[in-house]
Write a protein that binds this ligand. Structure first.
Ligand code: GDP
Ligand code: MG
Length: 718
């Protein structure tokens, strides 16, 4: 004997709406219990309609292996009250053939595993509930509710009721159609009506029965008063129809069993041509919002308000997206706390700072994305517009918390990058990579370091930008580079100066050994050729640049190189001036030079042998000649003038000191430029100095002359 209670069903069941028309508050618990709470949109709802005691619950139990109450054969009183919901059980079991003795498979034999069916089944109280008397209200309301929520509506009907237009079922159908018209004016959702003709004897083929039913349905449809704003709505715009028949369960148990098994595949096998769960039937309410949605729908129905399903969908979307956003926010706050703790801890230890930056960056990104991931997973299934709005809201809330952390992170990253730049540069230099390669590769690796870390922490959708910081980094690096380049140019120049100074000094001294009218021409030539050579040497050590300007090989711009060349010239002239005015043409040296010349002429003969004066010698004449001759040299020392009368003038300004970095590199120790009065380069000695030299010279000459005179007198007296 069939006894549904003997089924080993682990079905869980919930009374959605009780006999007092109250909507259950434990739907979410139920969904949780039957493990459907995370199913998103991947679930289906099927409900059954039909007259009282037509075997509806029996059918559902047989089809879905549920455990709905079935009227006992003996008492014959209404069992299903209100609306119940259960999750369909293992679909494979539905396909099982019954045992030969006609009994249901026992639990011991059942080895099938739970297929995690995604079907929720609603058993609706019989429509002509005699216990309710003529309470048409619940009938109408439950029909509305089932339509608003179900994808498939099974209409259970006895074979002998087919064609009885006046039958209770037809009255129900009229109600169903009517409420449907008011529900789905916009044709947004279609539903499937599946007629299950019970106690099918087999004399009348199913096709005849379905034709009769279809004709009846169309007749009912025609008779409906349609909303005025609808232009001749057609039945098939709102409903798809399917028909099936089942033999008498008690009289033909085996056929009934195989019939339900076959019918079951329409619910479980998407490859079945009559598969019932088409996408278009889905109400598109994610399961976690279903309780809210269904509750609202029921409330509207109860209040006899117009049921506007699209609005209900928006409402549930708002409600659930808010809930999900709050959950995501809570999660975010926890993560944020962790992030802050992490940053504080890292700030305290400054070891392995690079590593820390990576972890902080990753954490910032993670903190943002993990909250959003949760939100997206659940909220994305709701009405797109609502989801997107709520997403923006949540994200901007999260970002406003994270942006400061991110900006701080960038500031630290910027500082660290600059430090890294300097260290890398020093490292590269110590590896003898050369100035240009060293600085360029340090810049490259520093920028890569910054970008990868900034990117690492930044959000994928470009909310956290770092353009400003990167620009600052670039500017700072350029500043450092400019200083370094200038320093490098200065170093190159001062190295060159160190080399040319002794050579220049030697050459000048050499020329001054024999001063004459083209002394300055020779000196000027020497100076020019030595400095030109030094310049070209600097240039030849590097790639000659197209602009024709000396390239110092430090990656400087043309202007920097030009500045360097000017500085080089300036330094060369300064050194030149130092040698001339600070050494060779210093008054005492000039005096010595004159005395030497006087000596050469007065005390030595043409062969360079010392003259021994005889009393007969005209000492005075020789003395005067030597003296005048030596004095002729003095003007040469006084002014740097070429033979053609041109005064030697530096091509660059050497008097003024510019505020630049090159200045620091200069070595003024051995000669202070400011000792030299502000006179043109060519003005070597002042008139006063000239006069002093001349006087001193004459005095010394006189002494020498007197001495010589005395020596002859002595030689006579001896
Ligand atoms: P419901 O009120 O429509 O849910 O009907 P039930 O499933 O509770 O069944 C009512 C009675 O009909 C029970 O006593 C069942 O044993 C009986 N019944 C179930 N299936 C069939 C069937 O296929 N044919 C007939 N004649 N009776 C059935
Ligand atoms: Mg029932």
């Amino acid at each position: 004997m069939f006894s549904p209670s003997s089924l080993d069903s682990h079905s869980d069941i919930v009374q959605l709406i009780d006999e007092s028309k109250n909507f259950s508050t434990s739907i979410n618990d139920f969904l949780h219990k039957v493990k459907l709470n995370g199913a998103g949109l991947d679930y289906h709802i099927v409900s059954v309609f039909g007259s009282q005691s037509t075997g509806k619950s029996t059918l559902l139990n047989a089809l879905f292996n549920t455990d709905f109450d079935v009227m006992s054969e003996i008492k014959r009183q209404q069992t299903t009250k209100g609306i119940w919901m259960a999750r369909a059980q293992t679909s494979s079991r539905l396909l099982k053939q019954p045992s030969p003795d006609g009994e249901e498979a026992s639990s011991e034999e059942d080895t099938t595993t739970d297929q995690e069916s995604k079907i929720l089944v609603m058993d609706v109280e019989g429509t002509d509930g005699r216990e309710r008397g003529d309470d048409q209200d619940f009938e109408r309301k439950s029909a509305l509710f089932a339509l608003a929520t179900s994808e498939v509506i099974i209409i259970n009907i006895w074979e002998h009721q087919v064609g009885l237009y006046q039958g209770a079922n037809m009255a129900l159908l009229k109600t169903v159609f009517e409420v449907n018209l008011s529900l789905f004016k916009d044709h947004q959702s279609k539903s499937l009506i599946l007629f299950v003709i019970r106690d099918h004897i087999g004399v009348t083929p199913l096709s005849n029965l379905s034709n009769t039913l279809t004709a009846d349905l169309n007749r009912i449809w025609e008779s409906l008063s349609k909303p005025a704003d609808m232009v001749d709505p057609k039945l098939d715009e709102f409903f798809d129809l399917q028909f099936t028949a089942l033999p008498h369960k008690i009289l033909q148990p085996e056929q009934f069993s195989s019939g339900t098994s076959n019918l079951g595949t329409r619910f479980t096998d998407p490859d079945n041509s009559e598969y019932v769960f088409k996408k278009k039937y889905h109400r598109n309410v994610p399961i976690d919002g279903w309780s809210f949605y269904a509750g609202n729908v029921w409330q509207q129905i109860e209040l006899n308000k117009d049921l506007d399903l699209p609005t209900q969908q928006i409402l549930v979307a708002r409600f659930r997206c808010d809930e999900i956003a709050n959950q995501s926010w809570d999660l975010f706050e926890q993560e944020l706390l962790e992030l802050k703790k992490h940053i504080d801890a890292k700030l305290q230890s400054d070891k392995e700072i690079d590593e820390n930056f990576l972890t902080v960056g990753n954490l910032i990104k993670h903190t943002r994305s993990s909250a959003m991931l949760v939100f997206d997973e659940f909220a994305s299934k709701y009405a797109k517009a609502v989801y997107e709005t709520k997403r923006k809201e949540l994200l901007s809330r999260i970002d406003s918390e994270l942006i400061n952390i991110y900006k701080n992170h960038l500031t630290k990253l910027l500082k660290l990058s600059l430090v890294r730049f300097e260290t890398k540069f020093a490292e590269n230099l110590s590896k003898n990579l050369g100035f240009l390669v060293s600085i360029d590769s340090s810049e490259l690796t520093t920028k890569e370091f910054f970008l990868s870390n900034a990117n690492n922490a930044s959000a994928d959708d470009g909310v956290f930008v770092f353009d400003d910081e990167f620009t600052t980094l670039d500017e700072e690096i350029n500043k450092i580079k400019a200083i370094r380049r200038n320093n490098e140019i200065s170093k190159i120049i001062s190295r060159a100066m160190k080399k040319i100074k002794p050579v220049l000094s030697e050459k000048i001294k050499d020329v001054f050994k024999n001063p004459n009218e083209d002394t300055w021409d020779r000196i000027y030539d020497e100076f020019n050729s030595i400095s030109q050579m030094a310049l070209s040497r600097m240039n030849s050590s590097t790639i000659t640049c197209d602009t024709g300007v000396i390239d110092f090989g430090v990656g400087a711009y043309v202007e920097d190189n030009q500045k360097g060349v000017l500085e080089f010239k300036k330094q060369a002239w300064i050194n030149f001036e130092k040698i001339i005015k600070g050494d060779v043409c210093r008054p005492e040296n000039v005096l010595n030079r004159l005395l030497e010349r006087f000596d050469e002429l007065f005390r030595f003969d043409e062969n360079g042998a010392p003259i021994v004066w005889k009393p007969s010698d005209n000492i005075e004449a020789v003395y005067l000649k030597a003296k005048n001759n030596a004095l002729l040299l003095l003007p040469i020392f006084c002014e740097a003038k070429l033979k053609d009368g041109t005064r030697i003038t530096p091509g660059v300004s050497i008097a003024e000191e510019e505020e630049d970095n090159l200045k620091n590199e200069r070595d003024f120790n051995d000669f202070d430029l400011f000792e030299i009065e502000k006179r043109p380069f060519s003005a070597i000695l002042t008139d006063k100095q000239k006069e002093e030299i001349s006087n001193k010279f004459k005095k010394q000459c006189d002494l020498l002359y007197i001495e010589s005179k005395r020596s002859t007198i002595q030689s006579i007296t001896q």
